[in-house]
Design a protein around this ligand. Structure first.
Ligand code: UDP
Ligand code: MG
Length: 332
């Protein structure tokens, strides 16, 4: 069988603290794979700079000049992990037979990349890296992740538990992924929908060796909600059924109140009145809020805005950034 061209895609947002080591370790892994003849010599590492404000892009350019197997894609601004990853996957799949995505902090075990490639040779289109243990995650991250996966499976959304965005995809699987036109991207929910043959490879997740998590609590919650709302209308249904139940209850309660009145047993019902006003008001707001979220998503989706803009692509124009740099220097 012809050796496949592999591209390892690494989204980076302000990762200057981790990059030097990430370059070194991933180059090591790729070198091994090439020497073992598991992948073609033209295989590459693609670093996607997602609008970093630090030295990330200059480090990528420097590494690219020193090592031909390193290449980069600079997005015009920060678009977030998922979109940056998609930009990388699209660019990589155009020039490779298979792509692997991994975070820049190497929390995912690069030791299993070889297993991914072996599975690809066996004929799998998608190989999911699954965390066998989350010992190194904080208690909060572990528990919130567990709740999230529980809710998702309750809602009937097919997810691979404990799989993040560390996976191998064949060229045709990425091509299918790119046909999903949605803007609210939740890649780990979309990939299982593609339906090509898939398998899991298990590993232990490590701690981030430097730098800080780029997912704040707010980003994490909004990512989780994106996941739920872009795959399921269950929350809307839940509000509707709650509405029906409340209607039934209020008819019963109304009948009770009227009988009490006719029997002359009414008391000044200030407390119950206040409670119900607040309770119903709250429920209504909740309902409107959830529906509003969906309308907001529709609003964003119908615009069909491009998900990212590539500013510089080292992949296709090797000399361009160098020319740009010299041009701006000479004009000083
Ligand atoms: N990332 C990105 N754009 C962002 C936020 C994060 O490209 O707006 C990248 C980041 O550089 C890293 C990956 O996404 O390679 C995962 O981020 P992080 O490790 O901070 O997330 P965590 O592991 O804490 O969930
Ligand atoms: Mg991380």
């Amino acid at each position: 069988m012809k050796r496949p061209v592999l591209t390892i895609v690494v989204p980076c947002c302000n990762e200057e603290e981790v990059l030097a080591r990430t370059f070194r370790e991933l180059r090591g892994v790729l070198g091994h794979l090439i020497r073992e003849q598991l992948v073609a010599a033209a295989s590459k590492l693609l670093f996607v700079d997602d609008g970093s404000k630090d030295r990330t892009w200059s480090m990528i350019i420097a590494e690219h000049s020193a090592h031909p197997e390193i290449t980069g894609l600079k997005l015009a601004r920060n678009v977030g992990h998922q979109k940056a990853l998609l930009a990388g996957l699209e660019a990589a799949a155009a020039r490779s037979d298979c792509v692997i995505s991994i975070d820049a902090d190497l929390q995912d075990d690069i030791g299993v990349i070889r297993d991914f490639v072996l599975k690809f040779h066996e004929g799998f289109d998608i190989v999911y890296g699954v965390r066998a243990s989350r010992k190194t995650d904080t208690w909060f991250k572990r528990t919130s992740a567990l709740c999230f996966y529980r809710i998702m499976s309750r809602l009937g959304i097919q997810l691979i538990p404990n799989h993040a965005d560390f996976r191998l995809m064949s060229k045709r699987a990425v091509a299918e992924l790119c046909r999903y036109g949605e803007t609210n991207l939740f890649l780990r929910g979309i990939v299982p929908l593609i339906g090509y043959t898939a398998t899991n490879v298990y590993y232990d997740r490590k701690e981030r060796f430097a730098g800080q998590s780029k997912y704040s609590l707010r980003k994490m919650l909004s990512f989780a909600f994106d996941g739920i709302a872009s795959f399921s209308v269950a929350p809307i249904r839940f509000v509707t059924s709650l509405g029906f139940i409340l209607l039934a209850v209020s008819i019963g309660a109304g009948a009770y109140a009227l009988t009490q009145k006719w029997l002359g047993q009414t008391k000044t019902g200030w407390t119950s009145l206040m409670i119900s006003i607040w309770f119903l008001g709250g429920l209504q707001l909740l309902g409107i809020g959830i529906i509003g979220e969906y309308i907001g998503k529709i609003f964003i989706e119908v615009k069909c805005r491009p998900k990212y803009a590539v500013e510089i692509d080292l992949y296709s124009s090797v000399s361009e950034p160098v020319i740009r740099a010299t041009a701006s220097e000479s004009s000083l």
